[in-house]
Design a protein around this ligand. Structure first.
Ligand code: ATP
Ligand code: MG
Length: 422
């Protein structure tokens, strides 16, 4: 009888031992980088009430319209969704736990997100983000801090072919005025619009600017700019931010077409893009969301943040020589044994107790094949245990590099030699 073999869900990836060292190295770099800016980690559930995302991301957005994994909990009828992003959950967590009563918050999170998109390189249905959020800061200096922070990360990772795009989308009044103007403009070009954009003319014309349909690129390029509708306070905020970035030596490119695909953004928006990843060119996106805390039931609180896609970062890192040769944990000692399994297990534990990385031989294999494995394991020493070693409570130590001979000794003598040579 043929047994069905299961496959992972399309667009959801396994991380194999050959790839996990890269993930671990990236995550370690992220932790150190975030600590150096004073941001604190939070963790929130992978499943949230569907309404949280509908209300924050917006009902007429790609994510909510067609990308969410939503379902009804069969046990109690609750409408639930696998988180498609982290900002909404972060704000929910902050409100629910009254964190803002303790003052402004600098927070970060990382983990899997879920969007039902067409899988392709750099675009998956389960992917990973690291998000950074600063809540309770109104001034543009925190926008600048977040941007400089991302630039610092690229430096630490050794990424050079990335550039910063910057825009402001003003207040909600600005966007309401602009929406009308944009709608009138696109109404004059309905023949070029695809079906989705025609629908969005009535519901959310700003989203048309976000379209990746090449047939519409030209009319999008010719669309009116939001700048004419920009409110004064957003203008001042944006001017100051540009000045701060300039003073800090941070280059950027103004992109008046950059609107970001989520409704909660206002004022500053930015993206880091790279020419090296084809159509999946954005590695990091963010901006202000000054209205979101209030919109989700908290007290009015300005906020700003960004999220990066870790798969896209790793795809870039793979291209850098220093990253291209990562290995998993290599042992320092290989424990080989024959007829003395109990003593071997004990010796291995003594070595680990002293902080040594030990690979213990398990399974079949005579002495010769064990020594072969020891030699390919990367360990500097083999500790060999047979009947005689067991009887005398000793070990045989064999250096695996260089010329050294195998020698019988006590466990503590062996440990001293291992410690001073690894
Ligand atoms: P895109 O325009 O590529 O669809 P987005 O605007 O939907 O991106 P955000 O919601 O801003 O993306 O998410 C922040 C980052 O998360 C993106 O810049 C990208 O690096 C990453 N990301 C988003 N969706 C995916 C996905 N399906 N697979 C892998 N990474 C993703
Ligand atoms: Mg998207």
């Amino acid at each position: 009888m043929k047994v069905e073999q299961f496959q992972a869900v399309r667009g959801m990836n396994d991380v194999l031992p050959s790839a996990s060292p890269y993930w671990a190295a990236l995550e370690e770099t992220l932790r150190q980088w975030l600590a150096s800016y004073g941001y604190c980690e939070i963790r929130f559930p992978i499943v949230e009430p569907t309404g949280l995302f509908v209300r924050s991301i917006g009902s007429v957005t790609d994510i909510v319209e067609k990308e969410m994994y939503s379902f009804v909990d069969g046990l109690n009828g609750e409408a639930l969704t696998l988180r498609p992003e982290g900002t909404a959950s972060c704000v929910r967590l902050v409100i629910q736990n009254h964190l803002l009563h303790e003052g402004p918050q600098r927070l970060w999170y990382t983990g899997p997100m879920f969007r039902h998109e067409r899988p392709q390189k750099g675009r998956y249905r389960q992917f990973h983000q690291c998000g950074v959020e600063a809540l309770g800061y109104a001034g543009p200096e925190v926008d600048a801090e977040l941007i400089l922070m991302t630039a610092r990360l690229w430096k630490r990772l050794g990424l050079t072919e990335v550039s910063l795009q910057l825009n402001t989308i003003g207040s909600s009044e600005t966007r309401a005025r602009y929406r009308t103007r944009l709608r009138d403009y696109f109404l004059g070009h309905t023949a070029v619009l695809d079906e989705e954009s025609r629908r969005r003319l009535e519901t959310n014309p700003l989203r048309i600017l976000d379209s990746k349909n090449p047939a519409m690129a030209q009319i999008i390029q010719g669309a009116p700019s939001l700048m004419e509708d920009l409110d004064e306070s957003s203008q001042i905020h944006f001017d100051t931010l540009q000045q701060l970035l300039h003073d800090a030596g941070q280059a950027f490119e103004l992109n008046p077409r950059l609107v970001r695909g989520l409704d909660y953004y206002n004022a500053t928006v930015f993206e880091w893009v790279t020419p090296l990843l084809g159509a999946q060119s954005t590695i990091c996106g963010g901006g202000r969301y000054d209205g979101l805390v209030e919109q989700l039931g908290g007290k009015p609180t300005p906020a700003c943040g960004f999220a990066m896609g870790l798969e896209r970062l790793l795809a870039l890192l793979e291209m850098i020589p220093v990253w291209a040769s990562r290995n998993g944990p290599t042992p320092e000692v290989f424990v080989a044994h024959h007829g003395a399994t109990g003593w071997a297990l004990r010796v291995a534990e003594v070595l680990r107790e002293a902080g040594v990385r030990v690979l213990f031989h398990a399974g079949e294999g005579g002495f010769k094949s064990q020594m072969k494995r020891a030699n390919t394991s990367g360990a500097a020493f083999a500790v060999i245990l047979g009947d005689e070693e067991q009887a005398r409570h000793e070990v045989s130590l064999k250096p695996l590099r260089g010329q050294g001979e195998q020698q019988r000794m006590t466990v503590s003598e062996a440990l001293a030699i291992i410690k001073s040579n690894t």
